[in-house]
Design a protein around this ligand. Sequence first.
Ligand code: 3HC
Length: 719
Amino acid sequence: MANELKGTVNYTVNGNIAILEVDNPPVNPLSSGVRAGLTDCIAKANNDDSIKGIILTGAGRSFIAGADISEFGQKPDGPDLHTALKEIEFSKKPVLAAINGTALGGGLETALVCNYRMGTNKAIVGLPEVNLGLLPGAGGTQRLPRLIGPSQALKMMIAGTPISAKKALQQGVIDAISENSLIEDGIAFLQDKITLSEHPKVRDKNEKLLEARGADNILAEAKALAAKTRRGQFAPGQIISCVEAAINEDDFDIGMKKESEYFLECLVHPQREAMIHIFFGERAASKISDIPKETPLHQINSAGVVGSGTMGGGIAMNFANAGIPVLILDQDEKNLSRGMGVIEKNYQMMVDRGRMSQDQKDTVMQIITPTLSYEDLADVDIVVEAVYENLELKQEIFKSLDTAVNDQAILASNTSGLDIDAIASSTNRPNKVVGTHFFSPANVMRLLEVVRGSKSSDETMATVMALGKKMGKASVVSLNAPGFIGNRMLYGYTYQANMLLLEGALPNQIDSALESFGMSMGPFRMMDLVGLDLGWRARKLGGIETPLTNKISDALCEQDRFGQKNSKGFYNYSEGSRAPNPAPENESIYKEVSEKNNIQRREISDQEIIDRCIFALVNEGAKILEEGVSQRAGDMDIVYINGYGFPIWRGGPMFYANQFGLGKVVEKINEFAELDKNFWKPAPMLEKLASDSGLFGEAPAPEDRAKKLGFTTGNMGGV
Ligand code: 3HC
C-alpha cells in the first residue's frame, strides 16, 4: 500500500534529534506518500524516548512546494493534509522547520504548524495559492495573520508573491537564518529549546488579531488592493473573509472551519480549474514535443543586444536581471547613450518604488556595457538583434554578426513578424538562428515567443527555452509562420472590434464589454495607446488603400486625432492623464463612414461584442493548432494571458472555448456567418472536434501535419 503513495519522508537520527526529510522530487509537494510519511515519522519520533526534538526539512532544492496540485479534484489517498499537520502541531517533542529552499503554500503552512522556523539565506517563503484560484487552505489564513499581523498577511496572500528569508525574518515569519549548515544550526537551536516545558504554537498567538479587531481599514485596504490587482477573481474575496474570521472569532478552530468552507468554494469554482490549467500549461509550453529532454544546452554566460531602442534596452535588462553580462550595441553614439539613460531610469524607478535595492541596481548596471563595435561581441554566447522591422536591415546585421561573433554563438532576432528563415539565410549558421519575439516593454511583459526556423537546431531551441526560463519569461514555441501565434490571433479580434464599430457599437461600449469579460484593456483604448497615426501614415506613404476596418481610424487621423499622444483619438484625454473620456464629437464621423460603406448601423448587445471578438481568436487558434504552428492549445492560452491581457481566471481563449463547448462555438460562428460569410467560417479542426464532442488539446502529430500541408517533418518552418 505504502509503495503506491507518491513521495516519502526519510527518517534519520542525529544524537537526540530526529530528522525528517521530505523526499518527493523535484520540488517536494505534499503528495499522498509525504502526508503519510509525516504522520508516521512524527509518531515514530514521539514514541522514541531517546528523541528530544524533531527537525523537518526537504530533500534537494525545495523545502515543500505546497499541496500536490495534480491531486486537486481527485479523491486523496492516504491521510489528508489537516490530519498530517495536526500530528506535527500537537507533537510532544518540539519541531523545527529547517527551510532549505522554497516553502510555498502548504509548504509554508507546514512550517507554520512547527514550533520554530529557521531558513537558509536562500530560502523563499510565500502563500501563492491565489495564483491558482485558491486560498491557503491548511491554516495559512489563520496562522500567518497571528504571526505577522492581518494587514501584512493579507498583502502577502493577495499578491501571492513569495518573500526572501531576510524579509521573512524581519516580518517574523521565521525565527532565524542559518548562515552555515542548516541541519547543524537547527540541531544547535533545538538543543537550546528542548529543556523548555512548553513550546510556542502559532495558533495561540492572538495579540496581533486582538489589536486589529474593529480596525475596518485593514479589510477595506485589502478589498481595494484585490479590486485593483486581481479584478474579476474569486479567491481574493475568500481570503479576506478568512482573515476577517481570524480577526473576529475567539476560537481558532472556528476560524479554521470557516477557512475550510471558503477553500472548498474556491476548489469547486471554475476559476480554480482555469488557473491550474495555466499553471501546468506554462510548464507544458516550456517543453518542445519533438526535442528530447536530455538535449545538451549551449551555455549562456554572456550576451549581446543589437539596437539600444526601447526593445533592445528592455531585452538587455532581461539579461542583466538574470545575472548574464550583456553588451548593448548601437551604431550611433547618441542613441547608445540615450538607450543607456533609459535603462538607468527604468532601474531607478524600480528602486524608487521599493522593487529593487540600490545595491541590486548597481549590480545590474555594472553588467550592462555599451559598445559601438561589432568586434566587442566576438566572444558572447548569444546575440539578440532588436532593430526596427525591416528584413533587409536585419539581414545586413545578421551578416555582420555572422562574421564578428564566434561560430558557436546563437543569433536571435527580436522580430514580431518577419521570416526567420529569410534572416537565417544571410548567415552561415542557420541552425543557430532563432526568433525571440519579446513583448513591449520587454523588461516587464512575461511573454516570449520563440520562433523555430526550418533549420534551427534542437540545441538552439532548447537553449533559448532554458534562457527564457532563467529570465522568468513564459516562453512559447511558434513555427515560423506569418504573425507567429499571438499577432495572427489578434488580427481577427481587432477586425471584429472595428467591424462592430462600423455596425453601430461605440468604442466605449466595445471596450467596456470586453473589459467586463476580463480583458485588461479594450481594443480602442489599446489603439489609442499605440497611436492611430502609425498605420495611417504608412498607408499614405505607401499609397495603400485604406481597408474597410481602418476607415474610421484613418478618418479620425484626418481630423488630427492620433490617440493618447495628442490627447484625442477614439477617446478624449485630459492633460497628463491616461483615463479615457468618451468623445461624442466622433459619432458623426462613425455614422458618416458607416453610411459611405453601405453599413446599416444598429443596436449591438454586449454579449455579441464579446462572442464575436473572442470566438474570432478561438477560430484562428484552431487553424494555428491544425497547422502545428503552435504545439498545443494550452500554448496559445499562455500567449494570450501573458502578452495580450486575456484574464488568467478564464484560462485563456482555447480553454474558454473548451468550457463553453466547442459545439456551441461552432453554432455561434455559423450564426455570425449570416452577417459576414467571408470572415466567419468554422476552422475544420474546430468543426471536427465539435462533432466528436472533443476538446482543443495537442496539435496533430508532426507527420500528419507534414502530409497535410505538403512539407517534410525536417522542414517545418515557413508554413
Ligand atoms: N504540486 C505538484 N507539482 C508541482 C508543484 C505542486 N505544488 N509545484 C511544482 N510542481 C511540478 C511542476 O509541474 C513541474 O513538473 P514537470 O517537471 O512535470 O513540468 C515540476 O514540479 C518542477 O516545477 P517548476 O518547473 O515550476 O520548477 P521551478 O524550479 O521553476 O519552480 C517552484 C519551483 C517555485 C516550487 C514552482 O514549481 C512553483 O511555484 N510551484 C507551485 C507552488 C504553489 O503554488 N504552491 C501552492 C500549492 S496549493 C496549496 O498548497 C494549497 C494548500 O494551501 C492547501
